[in-house]
Design a binder for this molecule. Structure first.
Ligand code: HEC
Ligand code: HEC
Ligand code: HEC
Length: 358
């Protein structure tokens, strides 16, 4: 079992980290007191329709189960208000569902969960706020976790499974037709989620012979540029075409390479299209999105991808076909544009099938 990366000491007090002169609400991020003073969330929860009363003073804290136990008591450090809302995924949905000014859902983790088999029994809190599993431990024994583990390695690893279905043997200069089945088995919403226009999840496939040589195997597609609901559409295959606009305003930014990955692999992500300025184009600026397309993996939905590999005449011995499912929080091209560290590639899963050459 992995544990979440350690947090640097004292960073929770984000209010104290910044000099007073430049302190603004946004500089503090989503800090402890912010959530623990939320008293109301709109219905449906969307677009930050919460009321939070955090101040610089020691506010009374709102919380669910254990805090209710001390209802009526005054905690030594701060007052306590019992809040069933904190046990309700709506408190997450208020920030984790967002709509663009064009009325398009540009963040939908909460509604994706409503549409999943996890609703209603397994809540966001059950997965994201437990140490190493559901309802383990107890008060004082670490039942709650405020780490909100998510799109970084320990949680992403193993979230989806990969199965290759390939023939056991092939002729040395024949063709190997095979499929790869991908299933989102552990994520309570679509995978990837969150800032879905930036997240990348892709399958890399290679063949390796006994002489140590290797070949890339692209996914089989019939290129289609008109219908994004077709899995063959160019949106769903990796490309480095320079077509993605950090902002749709050409005065602000020039386009960058869309995926910054080897080309021809199956890619699961979302594509936001903006009509602004000079016609429709792919953008990372979510508030300009008037069309949203996605081929992300829904919980437990099996996806079957097709591959066809012409065995090179000089391939030696048996050949191992290796498939790796990778996750990255943002394309390198976008990280470079923002001037931030490139996001690591996290291996979600990998598998292999051996084909004997007769
Ligand atoms: C994103 C919102 C959010 C943030 C930020 C957050 N919490 Fe929580 N906290 C919750 C929710 C929701 C629960 C209830 C979890 C559940 O129902 O399983 C909770 C539960 C708790 C509990 C248990 C309360 C009880 O009634 O027993 C404590 C203590 C707590 N949080 C402290 C903290 C501290 C300290 C921080 C900062 C390090 C923090 N929280 C940051 C949302 C948040
Ligand atoms: C006040 C707004 C707010 C609320 C309420 C809130 N979140 Fe978040 N959450 C955020 C923001 C902002 C981020 C950071 C997004 C980013 O990384 O760009 C985030 C990130 C996350 C992440 C990803 C962490 C990572 O590093 O990948 C998880 C998981 C998460 N939230 C779960 C929850 C859950 C569960 C709840 C309800 C208990 C909740 N959030 C409530 C605003 C909120
Ligand atoms: C069945 C367990 C489960 C439930 C329920 C669940 N999540 Fe997650 N969540 C995961 C896993 C596993 C990941 C890591 C894989 C990923 O990035 O999608 C994750 C990732 C995330 C991320 C980061 C996504 C990314 O790629 O950056 C956010 C934000 C998040 N969850 C919020 C929520 C919210 C809000 C809810 C409730 C509406 C919720 N989760 C319910 C398991 C769950």
């Amino acid at each position: 079992m992995h544990s979440a990366p350690p947090r640097p000491a004292f960073t929770e007090n984000a209010w104290a980290m910044l000099p007073a002169a430049i302190k603004q609400q946004a500089d503090r991020g989503v800090f402890c007191d912010f959530c623990h003073t939320i008293s109301i969330v709109g219905s449906p929860p969307v677009q930050f329709n919460y009321t939070s009363a955090a101040t610089e003073a020691l506010d009374p804290k709102r919380g669910p189960v254990m805090m209710t136990r001390s209802r009526g008591h005054r905690h030594r450090a701060h007052g306590i208000i019992a809040s069933p809302l904190h046990d309700d995924p709506k408190i997450c949905g208020t920030c984790h569902d967002e709509i663009s000014p064009f009325g398009k859902k540009v963040k939908g983790t909460y509604t994706e969960w409503l549409d999943s088999p996890y609703y209603p029994a397994t809540r966001c809190q059950d997965c994201h706020q437990r140490h190493g599993g559901m309802m383990t431990g107890g008060y004082g024994r670490g039942m709650y976790s405020m780490n909100f583990k998510g799109g970084f390695s320990p949680w992403v690893e193993g979230s989806a499974s990969l199965i290759i279905d390939a023939p056991a043997s092939a002729l040395p200069d024949g063709t190997v037709d095979f499929t790869i089945r991908v299933t989102n088995e552990r994520v309570g919403h679509q995978f990837p989620s969150g800032s879905e226009e930036e997240r990348q999840l892709w399958i890399q496939v290679t063949a390796h012979d006994e002489a140590g040589r290797s070949w890339r195997i692209p996914v089989t597609t019939r290129p289609n540029e008109t219908d994004p609901s077709d899995p063959n559409h160019v949106y769903w295959v990796t490309t480095n075409a320079v077509v993605a606009w950090p902002s749709p305003n050409p005065q602000v930014a020039a386009p960058v390479a869309r995926d910054a990955l080897p080309e021809g692999d199956r890619l699961y992500h979302s594509v936001f299209i903006s009509p602004a300025y000079t016609g429709s184009k792919i953008t990372y600026a979510q508030y300009y999105a008037n069309q949203v397309y996605s081929n992300r993996l829904k919980p437990w939905e099996p996806r079957v991808e097709n591959y066809s590999w012409t065995v090179p005449q000089d391939a030696v011995g048996s050949v191992a076909i290796r498939a790796t499912l990778n996750y990255r929080r943002m394309p390198d091209s976008m990280a470079d544009y923002l001037g931030i560290m490139r996001r690591p590639v996290v291996r979600v899963n990998a598998t292999e099938a051996v084909v004997n050459l007769r």
